[in-house]
Design a protein. Structure first.
Length: 117
């Protein structure tokens, strides 16, 4: 069985820090990672019919399913060690409320990334 693949913006400091967090907190060998800009990332994006540039979301491919934005972030929680999966309760918040918050952070990720370096 293949592991879920996390695609992230490899040029984004906040994104790279998020990947480091996931790697530190994930269950052993639970996830795979590739940048959106990598050949593998580009193949997954093309197969899913997603833009090949101007990235605005983390992408999680889990089997045949592809998750974006807040759904991707919440999906990843199930692969982390305790207590992080408990945050999965946030799935009860409707997507139309979660995604604007995600989009705000995504739109400002380069600014946020500079401020945490």
């Amino acid at each position: 069985m293949s592991r879920p693949l996390v695609l992230y913006d490899g040029y984004c400091a906040l994104c790279n820090r998020s990947v480091a967090f996931l790697q530190a907190c994930q269950r052993p060998d639970a996830l795979e990672y590739a940048s959106l800009q990598s050949p593998r990332g580009q193949r997954v994006l093309a197969a899913a019919g997603l833009p090949l540039q101007d990235y605005d979301s983390v992408v999680v491919q889990d089997g045949e399913r592809v998750y974006l934005r807040s759904a991707a972030a919440l999906h990843l929680l199930r692969y982390l060690r305790s207590p992080w999966p408990l945050l999965g309760v946030l799935r009860i918040v409707p997507t139309f409320l979660r995604d604007p918050i995600y989009n705000f952070v995504a739109h400002n990720r380069h600014k946020i990334g500079r401020s945490i370096n």
